[in-house]
Design a protein. Structure first.
Length: 95
């Protein structure tokens, strides 16, 4: 699980997507970007995309993994927001 990746964005889904939506998005993207369906000159790119799509599906389709990802991702975003607000406050401080 990689918190630097937004698995919902990879599958083109909102953060509140249900399992049915996750499966449908995965199926459509997997068919579209499957390396066996790609032209020879795009196979390498298709493999990379297909792996990312598959990884996103693996996490989001498993309730336990999804819950852990959602919690860790939310905590990561909150931490980034805190750090960003600290920087903004220090930028506004005049000495």
């Amino acid at each position: 699980m990689d918190l630097n990746k937004d698995y919902y964005r990879i599958l083109g889904l909102p953060k509140n997507a249900n399992l049915r939506q996750i499966k449908l998005a995965y199926r459509n993207l997997a068919l579209k970007f499957h390396p066996d369906r790609a032209p020879d000159d795009l196979k390498e790119q298709a493999e990379i995309l297909f792996k990312e799509i598959s990884e996103a599906y693996e996490i989001l389709s498993n309730r336990q993994k999804k819950a852990i990802y959602d919690l860790q991702y939310k905590n990561e975003i909150n931490q980034q927001d805190k750090e960003s607000s600290i920087v903004k406050r220090s930028d506004n401080d005049n000495f």
